[in-house]
Design a protein around this ligand. Structure first.
Ligand SMILES: [Zn+2]
Length: 492
C-alpha cells in the first residue's frame, strides 16, 4: 500500500514539473494566508530545531512550514519579522485546579496562563458545577486557553478531599464499590469530561472497574496510585497517567508485597481522624521503610512496566519538591504573587516565607534526591512525561509556575527539548490529539509562542515571550502585559 501511494504522488509531481512555472505559481496562489512568521527557528519535540523557516497561518491553523522565502504572499498578509527568534508550540499545564482556592478561579487562571504562553490547561479535579463558568468562558472567549477537565476526583468510600480543611477542599466524589465507580464514570462521560481522575483511597476492585468503564467511553484515566494497589498493578489495569510519582517509591522497595499488606491493614483499621490524615500516616510509616530498602532491580522493573503500558507520568516537581527546591527564595518568582487577586496574593506573600529556607531534614533530602533521579530514568526508558504544576496549591501562580516546572524538569536531568515535549506534544498524545495540536506543522492548530531567545540553550528563555498565538490570533507583548494585571483589575 505505501508503495502505491508513493507512485501516485510521483505522478502528480511529474505533472506539475510538466506545467513548469505556471504550475508553481498556481501552487503559491493556492496557499491561503493571514499571517506569516518570517525567518524564525521552529522548535518542536517531533522535529527538534529548524532554522530559517517561514510559518504561514490561516484561519486558526498552521497553513505551511517551509524554508524562508519559499512563498511570495500578498501585502495584505500580517508579517512578523522573526530573524533571531524562536517559535515553539503553545504550552500546556497538565495539572491545575481551577476550583481549589476560593477567589482564584478561571478569571485568574486564563489571563495568567496566556500571558505565560500556556494555551492549554488540564484541570485534574473539581466539581462540575464549580467548573461550569470556566467551561463556558473557555468556549466563548477565543483568547482563553483550551480547557480539558476531569470533573471531581473519584476517591473511595473514604475521601481525602472532602472539605475537612482549607487544605482539603471538597473536590471529590466517593466510589465505595465497582458499581459506584462505573455509575460515576457514566455520569461524567455524559457530562462531557475529557478524562477521568482516579484517587488514592479507591479499592482495587473499584479502581479496575473505573478504568475499564472509562475505556468504553474512550476517556483516558489520570490516576493517583491507590494505596490499595502497587504501581505495577495500576499500569496493568490500564491507567494512562500517574500523578506526582506518588506511591511509586513503594514499588522500588525490595518487599513491595509486605508494604502493600501493611497498607491494607492500616486502611482497614482506619484509626485516623479523617482520610487525609490516614493517608499521611501511611506515608509517614511506609516511606522511610521503602527509602531504606530501595532495590535497583525492583525500580528497573516498575519503570519497564510503565514504559510497556505507556503510562504517562506527571511528576509536578513544583509541588512535589515544595520543601526542597527553594522556589520561595527566588524573588523573580515571588514577584508573581502580585498577579493573583490581592485577597489571595496577600496571604501568599505572608505565608510563603515560612517555607523560604529549603528543608535540611536528611530523610526529606534523600527522598528528594531519589525523586529527581527518577526523571531521566523514566525518560530514557520511554515513559512519557507531562509538565504539570498543581497550581494554585502551595502558592503556585498560574502560568508562572509552569515555567518553574520546566526549569525543574531540566534541573532533574531532562534535556530542554524533553521538557518542551512534556508541555506540548506529550499532553497532546495523552488525549490522542497529536494530529491536531502540540507540534508545528501544516494542518495543526495555530497555538504558538514566539520567544526572543533560544530555549534549547537555556530553558529559562521560555519566559522571554514576545508574542503568544492562540487559534491564529496574535497576542503581542503590550496585551500580554495587560493580561498579567487583569485578575486584579477585575477585582477593583
Ligand atoms: Zn492536584
Amino acid at each position: 500500500m505505501p508503495h502505491r501511494i508513493r507512485t501516485a504522488r510521483l505522478g502528480v509531481l511529474l505533472l506539475s514539473l510538466a506545467l513548469g512555472a505556471c504550475g508553481v505559481s498556481e501552487q503559491v496562489e493556492s496557499l491561503q494566508a493571514d499571517t506569516i512568521i518570517e525567518n524564525v527557528t521552529v522548535i518542536d519535540a517531533v522535529e527538534g530545531a529548524r532554522a530559517n523557516m517561514d510559518v504561514v497561518l490561516h484561519d486558526g491553523k498552521i497553513a505551511s512550514v517551509s524554508a524562508h522565502g519559499t512563498h511570495t504572499l500578498p501585502d495584505t498578509v500580517t508579517r512578523i519579522e522573526a530573524t533571531g527568534k524562536y517559535l515553539i508550540p503553545g504550552l500546556w499545564d497538565s495539572h491545575v485546579h481551577l476550583s481549589y482556592t476560593e477567589g482564584l478561579d478561571h478569571t485568574t487562571f486564563f489571563p495568567l496562563a496566556i500571558a505565560h504562553g500556556v494555551t492549554s490547561l488540564r484541570d485534574t479535579g473539581g466539581h462540575l458545577d464549580k467548573l461550569a463558568p470556566a467551561r463556558a468562558a473557555a468556549e466563548a472567549d477565543p483568547l482563553a486557553p483550551n480547557l480539558y477537565i476531569s470533573g471531581p476526583l473519584i476517591d473511595g468510600s473514604l475521601r481525602v478531599y472532602a472539605g475537612q480543611s482549607p487544605f482539603n477542599p471538597d473536590i471529590s466524589v466517593g466510589a465505595a464499590t465497582a458499581a459506584d465507580a462505573e455509575r460515576i464514570v457514566d455520569e461524567l462521560a455524559a457530562a462531557g469530561v475529557h478524562f477521568v481522575k482516579a484517587y488514592e483511597m479507591l479499592s482495587e476492585d473499584a479502581f479496575k472497574a473505573l478504568v475499564a468503564r472509562a475505556d468504553t467511553h474512550g476517556l483516558p484515566v489520570a490516576a493517583h496510585v491507590p494505596l490499595s494497589m502497587t504501581a505495577g498493578d495500576v499500569a496493568r489495569a490500564g491507567a494512562d497517567d500517574m500523578q506526582h510519582l506518588r506511591n511509586l517509591e513503594f514499588s522500588c522497595a525490595s518487599d513491595v508485597a509486605a508494604l502493600l499488606t501493611e497498607r491494607l491493614d492500616m486502611i482497614a483499621e482506619n484509626d485516623a481522624d479523617h482520610p487525609a490524615l490516614l493517608r499521611q500516616n501511611i506515608h509517614a510509616a511506609q516511606r522511610p521503610v521503602a527509602m531504606a530498602d530501595l532495590e535497583p532491580e525492583a525500580c528497573d522493573e516498575i519503570i519497564a512496566t510503565l514504559a510497556e503500558h505507556i503510562v504517562f507520568q506527571t511528576p509536578t516537581l513544583t509541588v512535589s519538591r515544595f520543601a526542597t527546591h527553594g522556589l520561595y527564595r527566588d524573588q523573580s518568582y515571588t514577584a508573581t504573587f502580585d498577579y493573583v487577586p490581592a485577597e489571595v496574593g496577600d496571604g501568599w506573600k505572608e505565608r510563603h516565607l515560612r517555607y523560604a529556607d529549603p528543608s535540611t531534614d536528611e530523610a526529606v533530602l534523600q527522598f528528594d534526591d531519589w525523586f529527581q533521579s527518577m526523571l531521566p530514568r523514566l525518560a530514557e526508558a520511554g515513559v512519557p512525561i507531562l509538565a504539570g504544576t498543581d497550581a494554585p496549591i502551595v502558592f503556585l501562580t498560574p502560568g508562572a509556575s509552569l515555567h518553574q516546572e520546566l526549569f525543574l524538569l531540566v534541573e532533574a536531568g531532562l534535556t530542554p527539548l524533553q521538557a518542551i515535549e512534556a508541555a506540548t506534544s506529550a499532553p497532546a498524545s495523552f488525549f490522542g490529539i497529536e494530529t491536531e495540536t502540540g507540534s508545528i506543522r501544516a494542518g495543526l492548530t495555530a497555538d504558538l509562542v514566539l520567544l526572543t531567545a533560544n530555549p534549547l540553550e537555556d530553558i529559562r528563555n521560555i519566559a522571554k515571550i514576545e508574542t503568544v498565538i492562540k487559534d491564529g490570533e496574535l497576542i503581542t507583548r503590550p496585551t500580554l502585559d495587560t493580561l498579567l494585571l487583569a485578575p486584579n483589575a477585575q477585582a477593583d
